[in-house]
Design a protein around this ligand. Structure first.
Ligand code: UT7
Length: 339
């Protein structure tokens, strides 16, 4: 008997959903803090002490979000011992799609040769992977599809203002993917809590390039196609939202934090991770961190971290995993999975 409550058990007509394969990909090119010292007025010691980041990856010029996503997806599909033709649905979470349309998911479908799969993108910024996980899980639970591929993929370097030291030091490129299927012997995804506050949309945004301010020579000269962030306000909101979402998810499963084997938080800033860890009453060794190597990869962040945590043996079959995210929108979310 499991010693936690499965909130989904009261709905027996729904199937359980497990993550049966994970994979990730980061580009080869490394941009270190020392490299950044040559681009903007900053120092390795400022960046590391204020963020915990030492280096990040940069995609090649000819590498777009769909290329990163496809490589991560191929690894997740192989990990699940499947072939691309067995995928029923592809969901890509991204804020840096290859283009405005068609969706990055459709481009990934073609690159994978996943001919049977339906495909669409979702956009919830850094919270995108947990949003996509929840959406994908519903298709499996409801017996609509058997095999759903969920991907978080970002080429953040394509929206970074390399003259703005307050943001360009923070972000990196990469992708992570997970295959969702019913595994009858496991509880799998126990609960997800998602949230949003559009009233704070301007804290973190790329202002132009959409229907509000279509691309024009003035939007380009005003640098409106780059990411802008009110770092301090975003920081405060991140800590509060992540703690609240994680506590709500644990309470729904009647779990205390010491029961969680591995916490996978969105990797934005070590000071955010430390504050969240402390406020949840968690131990540092429960929290998976790879921020030092990749920076903030937005929707790819927890997907890459999940894959690395599994590969490093930090998560084993039967363990309880808590993912907790926060991003532009504002958006946030938490998920608890019995692995
Ligand atoms: O993924 C979505 C979620 N994103 C986040 O959660 C990010 C949240 N925010 C943060 O992580 C932090 O707010 C930052 C890392 C962005 C900034 O850290 P901070 O401690 O809030 O610094 P600050 O913005 O208050 O800046 C402090 C000082 C300023 O100088 P003055 O005005 O005190 O003279 C900045 O100009 O640090 C300066 N500064 C820098 N100095 C060296 C800002 N960026 C840099 C830099 N190098 N790269």
């Amino acid at each position: 008997m499991a010693s936690f409550k499965n909130p989904r058990a009261s709905r027996p007509h729904l199937r359980t959903v497990s993550i049966t394969g994970v994979g990730s990909y980061v580009p080869e090119k490394i941009l270190s803090n020392l490299d950044l010292e040559k681009i903007v007025e900053t120092t390795d010691s400022w960046i590391f002490s204020r963020t915990g980041i030492r280096e990040r990856r940069l995609a090649a010029e000819n590498e777009a979000a769909s290329d990163l996503a496809t490589k991560a997806a191929m690894r997740a599909i192989a990990d699940a011992k499947l072939t691309p033709d067995q995928i029923d649905l592809i969901i890509v979470a991204t804020i840096t799609p290859d283009m405005q349309f068609p969706s990055t998911a459709c481009l990934v479908q073609q690159k994978l040769g996943a001919k049977r799969a339906a495909a669409f993108d979702i956009e919830a910024a850094c919270s995108g992977f947990v949003y996509a996980l929840d959406i994908g899980a519903h298709f499996v639970q409801s017996h609509t599809y058997n095999t759903v591929l969920v991907i978080g993929a970002e080429k953040m370097s394509s929206v970074i203002d390399w003259t703005d030291r307050s943001t360009c030091v923070l972000f990196g490129d990469g992708a992570g993917a997970a295959v969702l299927q019913n595994r009858p012997s496991a509880h799998g995804l126990l609960t997800t809590c998602l949230g949003a506050d559009g009233g704070k949309a301007t804290l973190l945004e790329v202002p132009a390039g959409g229907s509000r301010q279509p691309a024009s020579s003035s939007t380009v000269s005003d640098r409106l196609h780059y990411l802008r962030m009110d770092g301090k306000e975003t920081f405060k909101n991140a800590v509060n939202a992540m703690v609240t979402a994680a506590e709500e998810a644990m309470s729904r499963c009647e779990l205390t934090v010491e029961r969680i084997r591995c916490i996978i938080p969105h990797q934005a800033n070590q000071r955010i991770l430390s504050a969240v860890t402390e406020r949840l009453g968690a131990r540092e060794d429960q929290v998976f961190v790879n921020l030092d190597r990749y920076g903030n990869t937005s929707a790819a962040s927890v997907a890459i971290a999940l894959d690395e945590a599994v590969r490093e043996g930090r998560i084993k079959r039967g363990d309880l995993v808590l993912m907790v995210v926060f991003g532009a929108g504002l958006t946030w979310g938490a998920a608890i999975i019995e692995w």
